[in-house]
Design a protein around this ligand. Structure first.
Ligand code: PGA
Length: 256
């Protein structure tokens, strides 16, 4: 059975002082939880060293929200995957819709970044998902298929051990409008079938596929009960310890 993963994407929130406070609350709240899956928090880069000290020795994992494609050199403002690994990260989010939209990152960059993450020993969390207009036009599956096809077959060392997928319909991110469990499951099943074609049946069966978009403690149980939803990528709700812990508990209960 696939292990669950709940990843908290803090986005551009919580500098070192606030990050330490929140990480401590999450760590302490999870002490009582028999995880049976993974829980990950992804603070802004500048807060990683402080949060690393807080989560050391706990089952809480540390991740980053982006990495550079290059390993080092003249790339002002960028952070290499190897540096994130050195700072204690085990995971890195790639291709979040906000970066697709605001930084206009492309498939070629996603491939290079995922390869860089793998070379540094990090697990890549590759995000994909359609816009509201694309869903309304009946193009959700075509868009998702194109996003997966444009990246996954080109990754050098793609495996369920080093890659997690995250379906995040853009219309559900930060809007409070979650995809219904049925809609999410339908898209996850579609993505898993596409993955089987692109990476093989075995990889598709073993790779974790997270749902992201207004996941909360109150809706996580129904989402994670779906057979192809292996956990969540959580934005807003990961900024509140009690909410995030509730979501981690829901993931545990779903695969108990
Ligand atoms: P949200 O964000 O949970 O606030 O909708 C999810 C994400 O952007 O990863």
């Amino acid at each position: 059975m696939r292990k669950t993963l709940v990843a908290g994407n803090w986005k551009m929130n919580n500098g070192p002082a606030a990050a330490v406070k929140l990480a401590r609350e999450v760590r302490d709240g999870l002490r009582a939880v028999d995880l049976r899956g993974q829980a990950l928090i992804c603070p802004p880069c500048v807060s990683l060293p402080a949060v690393r000290e807080i989560v050391a020795g706990s089952p809480l994992l540390l991740g980053a929200q982006n990495c550079a494609a290059a390993a080092s050199g003249a790339h002002t403002g960028e952070v290499a995957a190897g540096m994130l690994a050195e700072a204690g990260c085990s995971h890195v989010i790639i291709a979040h819709s906000e970066r697709r939209q605001h930084q206009r990152e492309t498939d070629a960059e996603f491939v290079a970044k995922i390869d860089a993450a793998h070379a540094a020993g990090l697990t890549a969390i590759f995000c994909f998902g359609e816009l509201l207009g694309e869903r309304r036009a009946g193009q959700a599956q075509t868009v998702v298929r194109t996003q997966l096809e444009g990246v996954l077959p080109h990754v050098k060392r793609l495996s369920p051990a080093n890659t997690v997928l995250a379906y995040e319909p853009v219309w559900a991110i930060g809007t409070g409008e979650t995809a219904t469990p049925e809609v999410a499951q339908e898209m996850h099943a579609f993505a898993r079938a596409a993955l089987a074609e692109l990476a093989g049946r075995e990889a598709a069966a073993a790779m974790r596929l997270l749902y992201g978009g207004s996941v909360k403690a109150s809706n996580a149980g129904d989402l994670f009960a779906q057979p192809d939803i292996d956990g969540g990528l959580v934005g807003g709700a990961s900024l509140q310890a009690a909410e995030f812990i509730g979501i981690v508990r829901a993931a545990r209960d779903a695969r108990a």
